[in-house]
Ligand binder design. Structure first.
Ligand SMILES: Nc1nc2c(ncn2[C@@H]2O[C@H](COP(=O)(O)OP(=O)(O)OP(=O)(O)O)[C@@H](O)[C@H]2O)c(=O)[nH]1
Ligand SMILES: [Mg+2]
Length: 403
């Protein structure tokens, strides 16, 4: 086990749980406040302090997004491996990646992360100031750099293909009358728990960050509603890292309805910060309707909840739920139906092909037969309008008795 020195921003509580979620033991914690020194990011005194602590196998994790020159200067001065917040997040993703797509995305992110660091190393090894990238010489590094570029473009192609497949699938599902719902939210908000509660699938949920990396889509009972759970958000993901996960996030961007899940048990400040981070990621990207959902209301006082609701005033009214305790879920489902214009209808028909249409694009709630067929069903409004058109074409409207 590596001995980890966590160099943490004084006001951040999230960095330590992120490190622990990788199973690392933290040997030392050093605190800093803000960017102090352009050369190292942290102040020179802090660098000296850390130097005193390190042993040969130390890993120094810095709670910042470092410039490649700062990363280089830190590694060079400390003589051990240094990673910043982005490097740490990529390690966590790598640890969790299970599906082929997630693994490709993580590989891509890691290469993208390493490129500027390697470039920096090449630059310095030309000036012969540094032993090279992980001990390699200048030419080896240049070869490695080339190899990385080639690998990245290969992965890009594969990811593009997956993206296309996803697009096709979404199109197909919409054509079949499905409403696509995406659950978006900060890591650990309870997204997978909500998907499980709504669709009774066995999604892994854990009290740790980033238990989910790949997407999972499940059907809401027998309804024409598909719900997708995906990777959570975290502060300090640079735009290129978010882009690496784009095919996954597109399930949210392109959903008809986006549930923005918020953790109601967070402190007011945390709630606000996570709301801002999540909104920044989805803002201007989503096309569908947004429903804010405050989860874990079992762990929040009414007074605090009111303050949190007030923070959402620019957004549509929120639903309050506890995914784990099954609170507020039927109201949430009703709201999804409403936003999706999934409505209940009753019709009397005497044409099999119309009944097949209803079966195919809607959900039959009840059906009785006398001379004709009386059917109660739910369906998206646009599909219902198509149905009425067909019905009128067939019977000049005489047979239609709307309920
Ligand atoms: N008290 C309480 N805990 C909840 C509730 N919903 C979820 N949790 C807990 O919150 C933790 C995280 O839940 P997940 O469903 O894994 O969260 P997630 O958003 O999928 O997290 P990532 O996949 O890591 O992004 C788990 O320990 C859940 O049991 C709730 O309504 N109340
Ligand atoms: Mg999850």
């Amino acid at each position: 086990m590596r001995s980890v020195i966590a160099v943490k921003r004084r006001d951040s509580w999230e960095f330590i749980p992120l490190i622990k979620s990788l199973g690392y033991d933290i040997a030392q914690i050093v605190e800093f406040s803000g960017e102090k020194n352009p050369k190292f990011y942290i102040g020179k005194g802090k660098v000296e302090e850390i130097k005193e602590m390190i042993s040969e196998d130390s890993l120094v994790l810095v709670d910042a997004i470092l410039k490649s020159s700062q990363w280089f200067n830190l590694e060079n001065t400390l003589g051990v491996e240094v990673k910043d917040r982005v490097g740490l997040i990529i390690d966590i993703f790598a640890d969790r990646a299970k599906s082929r797509e997630a693994m490709l995305q993580v590989d891509y992110a890691r290469l993208k992360y390493e490129i500027p660091l390697i470039r920096e190393t090449i630059h310095h090894s030309r000036l012969s100031e540094h032993a090279g990238w992980h001990g390699a010489g200048e030419y080896e590094i240049a070869d490695y750099y080339e190899m990385i570029r080639r690998r990245m473009s290969k992965i890009e192609k594969k990811l593009d293909r997956i993206k296309l497949e996803r697009e096709e699938r979404r199109k197909r599902r919409r054509k079949e009358g499905f409403v696509l719902v995406g659950i978006a939210g900060y890591t650990n908000a309870g997204k997978s728990t909500l998907l499980n509660a709504l669709t009774s699938t066995g999604r892994i949920t854990e009290e740790r960050m980033f238990s989910t990396l790949s997407t999972k889509t499940s059907r809401l009972g027998r309804e024409r509603v598909l719900i997708t759970d995906t990777v959570g958000f975290v502060e300090g993901m640079p735009p290129w890292l978010i882009r690496a996960f784009e095919p996954t996030l597109e399930e949210i961007y392109n959903a008809d309805i986006i549930l923005l899940l918020l953790d109601g048990s967070d402190s007011i400040d945390e709630f606000k910060r996570k709301l801002e981070v999540s909104q920044n990621i989805i803002e201007s990207k989503i096309h569908g309707k947004l429903i804010p959902v405050i989860n874990k209301i079992d762990k929040a006082s009414n007074e605090e909840l009111e303050q949190k609701i007030a923070m959402l005033k620019e957004l549509p009214p929120p639903e309050l739920i506890s995914a784990r305790n099954n609170l507020g879920l039927s109201e949430l489902v009703r709201r999804i139906f409403k936003e999706a214009e999934l409505e209940e209808y009753s019709l009397t028909i005497n044409d099999d092909s119309l009944l097949n249409y209803i079966r195919r694009y809607g959900k039959i709630e009840a059906i009785t037969y006398d001379e004709r067929v009386n059917v109660k069903f739910s369906m998206r409004r646009s599909f219902y309008e198509q149905l009425i058109k067909k019905l009128n074409q067939r019977s000049n409207g005489k047979e239609a008795l709307r309920g």
